[in-house]
Design a protein around this ligand. Structure first.
Ligand SMILES: Cc1ncc(COP(=O)(O)O)c(C=O)c1O
Length: 431
């Protein structure tokens, strides 16, 4: 698996410190996470070790809330539980506002298990929004019993719901068939020309409304999720997708449905590599307000990645450094780590670029290049190839960045590797 980083695959001699922010910074070369030395944490707790800066999580949530509030439209921000569900994070998020107020961060969930998890963590059912896919009768029974709000995403799901709960109130997920991804990114898992498994298409919206009528269903929410890794450069495409989704919501309202919320899903990016600019949250919220404000509804969104991704790092020890090129010319130097794709699958499954930092020389020039390999017994268990780093030695500690979302949540005990340690930094120590 090669790292999809743009540019020539040769060692780079610049320090590459795009990731620096309060709570993640080098001090005299050594990486600090929330004011704590990364190497000391690794030695004290062992590796692999997740380290989270919970202050960063809260900052990210509050930044988006503030941008939504500045639009002047009614708003609601929820937390995509699939991205990160650990109790420590949820407690921090739960404390941000009082239930029932816009500031309270509700949950976006997508399985009965997530409903139960949210309720158990003190999130009232009225603050839980379920937008799942391929919902079964058994799923429906749990969701209906819980009192969580449900958005269904196919006409067949609407029929299934109608059979199970005639006269009920729910939302529908629509798919405007317009991609919010830049053409060159080629990502349209959710919405675009190619059919996806999500959402009711514009040409079948009238049919969906007729099904709802035939089962006496009340549609109170329109949901769409059209983006993935949205950065500021993607906003023109996002604008077109939101305009198309808003037109669908308008049709639902004009058909007489008492729509109180339009939910724009998630898909906001956290920056992942040098040269990227963070998503302009005011511009993002502005796109939503421009198209959804005239509908006179609450405008909701439910990010996962943008809130949590850059709040977590994964520390691993370098246990192997070996030149494995035939000519011994250093063209294939492997650095073996004490972690694998079972705890950090973003490169393995999604082919995402993953930034790694040498903790004792976090801002040093990257004058060597490595294949970063995991300790799972599978050939593709690689984090990157030809990846520039300062020269490594056995015993070094590296930090894999951007693991706060979708990593711990998807951990599995492959090869019976145990669950990694976790350090939750509630505060930032002064440095
Ligand atoms: C319906 C829905 N909402 C929210 C999210 C969260 O997305 P992200 O983590 O990209 O913000 C997803 C992700 O797949 C989703 O499908």
């Amino acid at each position: 698996m090669s790292s999809p980083e743009p540019g020539p695959s040769i060692p780079q001699d610049h320090p590459r410190t795009w990731w620096q922010r309060p709570g993640l910074e080098p001090r005299e070369g050594h990486l600090l996470v929330a004011g704590r030395g990364a190497e000391a944490l690794a030695r004290a707790h062992g590796t692999p070790l997740f380290v989270y800066d919970l202050t960063n999580v809260e900052e990210n949530v509050r930044a988006l809330q503030a941008a939504m509030a500045r639009t002047g439209a009614p708003w609601k921000v929820r937390w995509a539980l699939k991205a990160q569900r650990e109790p420590e994070v949820l407690a921090r998020v739960h404390a941000i506002g009082a239930p029932g107020t816009p500031e309270f961060v509700g949950l976006d969930v997508c399985s009965p298990g997530e409903v139960a998890h949210g309720l158990a963590r003190g999130f009232p059912a009225t603050e839980i929004s379920y937008t799942g896919t391929n919902v079964s009768d058994r799923d429906l029974d749990v969701i209906l019993e819980s009192g969580a709000h449900l958005n269904v995403d196919l006409i067949s799901q609407l029929q299934r719901y109608g059979r199970r709960n005639r006269g009920g109130t729910l939302g529908i997920r629509v798919n405007p068939r317009v991609s919010a991804a830049r053409p060159e990114s080629g990502i349209s898992y959710y919405s675009g020309e190619r059919p996806t498994k999500f959402g009711i298409y514009p040409e079948r919206l009238d049919e969906a409304l007729a099904v709802a009528r035939s089962c006496d269903l009340t549609i109170d929410t329109v949901h769409f999720h059209v983006g993935h890794h949205l950065l500021t450069d993607d906003l023109p495409a996002f604008d077109r997708a939101v305009a198309a989704a808003a037109a669908m919501a308008r049709r639902v309202i004009d058909a007489g449905c008492p729509v109180v919320e339009v939910n724009a899903g998630g898909g906001l990016a956290a920056i992942m590599q040098q040269g990227q600019e963070p998503l302009d949250l005011d511009a993002y919220a502005g796109v939503l307000a421009k198209h959804l404000g005239p509908l006179d509804v609450t405008i909701a969104c439910e990010p996962g990645e943008m809130f949590a991704k850059n709040a977590g790092v994964l520390l691993a020890e370098v246990v192997t450094v070996e030149d494995r090129s035939r000519a011994g010319d250093g063209s294939a130097v492997f650095a073996g780590l004490t972690c694998g794709w079972n705890v950090m699958h973003l490169a393995f499954v999604y082919h995402e670029f993953v930034e790694t930092v040498l903790c004792r020389a976090a801002d040093a020039p990257r004058t060597a290049a490595y294949t970063l390999a995991g300790h799972i017994n599978e050939g593709p268990d690689l984090f990157a190839e030809d990846y520039p780093l300062p020269p490594l030695a056995e015993g070094d500690v590296v930090a894999i960045l951007g693991v706060g979302a979708y990593c711990q949540a998807n951990w599995h005990p492959h090869c019976l590797r145990p669950f990694p340690g976790v350090v939750w930094c509630e505060d930032r120590l002064a440095t």
